[in-house]
Design a protein around this ligand. Structure first.
Ligand code: SF4
Ligand code: SF4
Length: 399
């Protein structure tokens, strides 16, 4: 290991890359940086070559704006990986680079201080506390004021941080179907740690998932039901790390296996599916189309990142907006865009608030259940947190 903690990963990546340049053409951030993925690895190694201190390495990286662009401008969308004949793992490269950037102080604190989702307070837990959103009555495997800790559950429901915070009625309605199906379930209202990974806290993200795994083990459940494909991926990896055999299924797969029928008709007009970049092989999308009764072969499906991935917003806010616009541009007026991941739904809602269009933006669960996400209320409540009586406290906590 050199002065960069993750230099082994860069050596490995540089050795696997032929510098064919296909990845660069697939990505506006790599085009702006004028780098291939292999050149990112080489530039990181060059930054430590000849340096005798970590300060020198940091300065060498700071003096290379192309490298900073390539590392901090990545959405983790894997579009480039799909063009690489060797399928070189962009996520492994950039996650490692973010860890070194974080260690070297190259990612400003104000860009991640509110998304430390392994601490008591982050933007989601603060939102929930300020607006009275709690699930203590549903987290049945944890002892609290409502009940003792129970075990022997059939399933753990994992809504993810965005849905649990911004869609409490929808979250509760979904949880209600477990009982209707005779499935004894508890809820784990934690986070998969994706924002920690983006900020360069890879090990903390893994530790958070490992903590979640311990709760799942304590619950005695044999099945983990995830709303978001990203949560399913991260929790699946954590269960594998722990050597635990617990089935991870998508909410749609769970619903379909119990004969669930949608509680509302499909919206009128074209339905356009926004594929989550975490749904690498499209399984989640296929299952969702099946449950909604949409022909996946003829539906309009948009690939690529919604703009929320990789915390690019904290580095180049305008690129998140451009990315969301570019993905939404495929949706004709009068259509409904259906997302897989609640954070994609949030990202589009935020973009449509600032740049209104005659399209509806729905998470797939909103097409299946009665309860709907109220983004006007969410954005009002998010804004009022900072200007209201809790503003000074938030400013202090997230300083
Ligand atoms: S993962 Fe996406 S954003 Fe990152 S380098 Fe590849 S194409 Fe660009
Ligand atoms: S497409 Fe693959 S082999 Fe070609 S430059 Fe990019 S990472 Fe290297």
């Amino acid at each position: 290991m050199g002065l960069l903690e993750r230099s082994d990963a860069y050596w490995k990546f540089a050795g696997q890359c032929t510098q064919c340049g296909k990845c660069t053409k697939a990505c506006d951030s790599l085009i702006a940086a004028d780098m291939t993925l292999g050149e990112i690895a080489k530039a990181l190694l060059a930054a430590q070559r000849g340096a005798t201190t970590r300060d020198e390495v940091r300065r060498n990286i700071e003096d290379n704006p192309q490298l900073v662009q390539a590392v901090r401008g990545c959405f983790f969308c894997t579009t480039c990986k799909n063009t690489c004949f060797a399928h070189n793992d962009v996520c492994d490269l950039i996650y490692n680079a973010r860890v070194d950037f974080q260690d070297l102080g190259l990612i400003p604190r104000e860009t991640w201080s509110s998304v430390l989702v392994d601490e008591e307070w982050d933007i989601f837990t603060a939102y929930r506390a300020i607006h009275g959103i709690g699930y203590a009555d549903l987290t049945l495997h944890v002892e609290n004021d409502y009940h003792d800790a129970e075990t022997g559950f059939d399933a753990v429901f994992f809504p993810g941080c965005s849905l649990a915070a911004y869609g409490p009625e929808l979250t509760r309605e979904i949880f209600g179907v477990f009982e209707e199906f005779g499935v004894r379930a508890t809820m784990l209202d934690s986070c998969c740690g994706s924002s920690l990974r983006s900020a360069g806290f890879f090990e903390r993200a893994e530790a958070l998932c490992d903590r979640n795994v311990q709760e799942i083990i304590q619950s005695g459940a044999k099945q983990l039901v995830c709303v978001c494909p990203g949560c399913a991926n991260d929790m699946g990896r954590a269960l594998e790390r722990a050597g635990i055999t617990i089935e991870v299924v998508s909410l749609v797969e769970f619903l379909a296996s119990h004969g669930f029928e949608s509680r509302r008709p499909l919206p009128e007009g074209p339905v356009c599916i926004s594929k989550s970049c975490q749904d690498r092989d499209g399984t989640y999308l296929e299952q969702t189309c099946d449950l909604l009764g949409i022909d996946a072969q003829s539906a309009s499906i948009f690939h690529g990142c919604c703009g929320a991935g990789g915390a690019v917003n904290a580095f180049q806010p305008e690129r998140q907006a451009q990315q969301a616009d570019s993905k939404l541009s495929f949706a004709p007026d009068g259509s409904t865009v259906v997302t897989m991941c609640p954070t994609c739904t949030y990202t589009y809602a935020y973009r449509l608030m600032n740049n209104p269009r005659a399209i509806a933006n729905k998470h797939y669960a909103e097409l299946l259940f009665e309860s709907q996400l109220d983004w006007d209320l969410v954005f009002y409540q998010l804004g009022s947190m900072w200007s209201g009586e809790y503003g000074p406290w938030l400013a202090e906590v997230f300083a």
